[in-house]
Design a protein around this ligand. Structure first.
Ligand code: LRH
Ligand code: MN
Ligand code: MN
Length: 388
């Protein structure tokens, strides 16, 4: 078993990135429920993110979504982050909310629309240059609704062309993280529907292109930990968009729907060396908090990732390997289940106390008065993005 000090050190070194859009008002296509105290601009989203980092100690970066977080001066926004003890993280491109993209963005049949989408992706790289962000996260809503609507193969060619152009524009320390999703908003074909498609494109592009696994983007029953193990083994796991799903892309709090799945994923991350910061795996949240208060929900989510990580670190790898080698099916399964069944909350409380934090981040947040302060000061909070 990993020594307790090594487990603690690994837990302290894990950084979890929170998404700017999780702090804004969100809902479904049926209704957005506005909440009191919601940020009115990107700076206020960072102010909230600073509270998450203050109480957890492991959420130092914030992902931006462009144009949802469009500002005149990105370097100034990065300085605001710095003043708060934060850094700006992945830049998420948005080529899915414009009338021109009805038939797609970089895969659109018309060259002029493809050009417009590509220009936005270049703009995102310019923003990365200003913010010092490493990762450009690309998710394309491109696809078709009806058989025959467009040529599946030509769309792959157009996608490859755009990705190559963006790849060539990247600086030495910048990466493309290509995200896949099996359906929605397209209902028949999706141009990047699965890890295999994302992997094939990233492989052709080169070492600065990696796959991002959004846990909500799989068909029910998909073995996500297998995908994680395989991508890590191939050096192509760029990161995660963590959330949880009951039915489709529900974007609920990570670890809420299926903590056992999250544990299995984190075990493969640990097993594959992905927890080492040098491996470059970005642990990001991609969630919406439609009915629950946002800041404490994000704190809870960060804690859920930490709990799954702690359990994964507690797996007795020697006992597991011995059981596997001897064909002891039950013993091997027990080695995993013992770790999963461990209550790691006291260990994480200790890790926090060692770092000078309150052992109970949610309680500390509630006591801090931040919720009352923002409710008093902020009127007319911004919508997270959809329909904004
Ligand atoms: C698409 C997605 C992608 C977007 C985000 C808002 O479903 O997961 O990561 O950028 O939602
Ligand atoms: Mn996502
Ligand atoms: Mn999603």
């Amino acid at each position: 078993m990993t020594a307790p000090s090594a487990v603690k050190a690994a837990l302290t070194s894990q950084a979890i990135e929170t998404p700017s859009w999780a702090y804004g008002n969100s809902g479904t296509r049926f209704k957005v429920f506005a909440q009191p105290g919601v940020p009115r601009d990107p700076r206020e989203k960072l102010d909230d993110a600073a509270q998450v980092h203050r109480h957890t100690g492991v959420a130092p970066t914030v992902a931006l979504h462009i144009p949802w977080d469009r500002v005149d001066d990105y370097a100034a926004l990065a300085r605001h982050a710095d003043d708060l003890g934060l850094r700006l993280g992945a830049i998420n491109a948005n080529v899915f909310q414009d009338d021109d993209y009805k038939l797609g963005s970089v895969c659109h049949p018309e060259a002029a629309v493809r050009r417009k989408a590509l220009d936005h992706l270049f703009e995102c790289v310019d923003i990365m240059d200003a913010t010092g962000s490493r990762d450009l996260k690309l998710w394309f809503s491109d696809g078709t609704n009806y058989p025959g609507q467009d040529d599946i193969r030509a769309r792959q060619d157009r996608l490859a062309e755009a990705l190559t152009a963006v790849y060539e524009r990247l600086g030495d320390d910048q990466r493309i993280l290509l995200e896949y999703k099996f359906f929605e908003p397209a209902f028949y074909t999706t141009d990047v529907p699965d890890w295999g498609t994302a992997y094939a494109h990233c492989l052709k592009l080169g070492p600065k292109a990696q796959v991002v696994v959004d846990t909500g983007h799989h068909a029910p029953g998909t073995n996500i930990e297998f995908i994680v193990a395989l991508l890590l083994r191939e050096g192509k796991l760029g990161g995660f968009d963590f959330n949880s799903r009951f039915y489709a892309d529900d974007d609920l709090m990570v670890g809420a729907a299926d903590p056992f799945q999250l544990f299995r994923i984190m075990y493969e991350v640990v097993r594959g060396g992905g927890l080492d910061p040098a491996a470059g795996v970005a642990f990001m949240l991609d969630q919406c908090h439609n009915i629950e208060p946002k800041v404490p929900a994000i704190i809870r989510s960060v804690m859920n990732v930490q709990e799954a990580t702690a359990k994964a670190l507690l797996v007795d790898r020697d006992a597991l390997a011995a059981a596997q080698a001897s064909g002891d099916v039950l013993g091997a399964n027990a080695a995993l289940m013992d770790a999963f069944s461990t209550d790691v909350r006291p260990l994480l409380a200790e890790v926090r106390a060692d770092a000078g934090l309150d052992p109970d981040p949610v309680a500390a947040y509630h006591r801090s008065g931040w919720a009352e302060k923002i409710t008093e000061e902020r009127k007319g909070g911004q919508q997270a993005g959809w329909g904004a």
